[in-house]
Design a protein around this ligand. Structure first.
Ligand code: GDP
Ligand code: MG
Length: 174
């Protein structure tokens, strides 16, 4: 069998948007209410995507790192998940500056990212409409998923798998 491709993904976004919950939902299909918000973790995960074996390394960032360390994380990743919380407009407003930082760190390579609006189960507290999310993703030329790490609705897995596919596609054309 061909050697498994390695794909490194890093998850960014304001503290509390549900980065850790999303990563754990993707890896275990379960939801755990509380994580240490200052904890940064890396996970290895084997998957078969479209008949191809992939080894994913997923970095769940904590947002506490020094500037230099953060830049290192940004250079490390092949693909990025930027998460905001649909009930926290401020977290949505942080997406654009975060994307600029990522772009700067990846230069001259093109940035491969996925935008995820989390906490879709909290419809009553929504501050960012689905259309706004879609519009921002179009502006950033990236994929977009609205989902809930809590209920699993909106397919959390697809967001990660689709990002892997995009990383793979871009590797092939390089
Ligand atoms: P992080 O700081 O971005 O890693 O965020 P966490 O994963 O630690 O989640 C922050 C808080 O939001 C925790 O209390 C989680 O239980 C909660 N949370 C995360 N995802 C969801 C979700 O999809 N729905 C709801 N209702 N709460 C969530
Ligand atoms: Mg966390």
């Amino acid at each position: 069998m061909a050697k498994s491709a390695e794909i490194k993904l890093a998850v960014f976004g304001r503290a509390g948007v549900g980065k850790s919950a999303l990563v754990v939902r993707f890896l275990t299909k379960r939801f755990i209410w509380e994580y240490d918000p200052t904890l940064e973790s890396t996970y290895r995960h084997q998957a078969v995507i479209d008949d191809e074996s992939v080894t994913m390394e997923i970095l769940d960032t904590a947002g506490q790192e020094e500037m230099l360390q953060r830049e290192g994380h940004m250079r490390w990743g092949d693909g990025f998940v930027i998460v905001y919380d649909i009930t926290d407009r401020g977290s949505f407003e942080e997406v654009l500056p975060l994307k600029s930082l990522l772009e700067e760190a990846k230069k001259p390579k093109q940035l491969t990212m996925m935008l995820v609006g989390n906490k879709a189960d909290l419809e009553h507290a929504r501050q960012v409409s689905t259309e706004e999310g879609e519009r921002l993703a179009a502006e950033l030329s990236c994929g977009f998923y609205e989902c809930s790490a809590c209920t699993g609705e909106g397919s959390v897995s697809e967001a990660f798998l689709e990002l892997c596919r995009e990383v793979r596609r871009r590797r092939m054309v390089q």
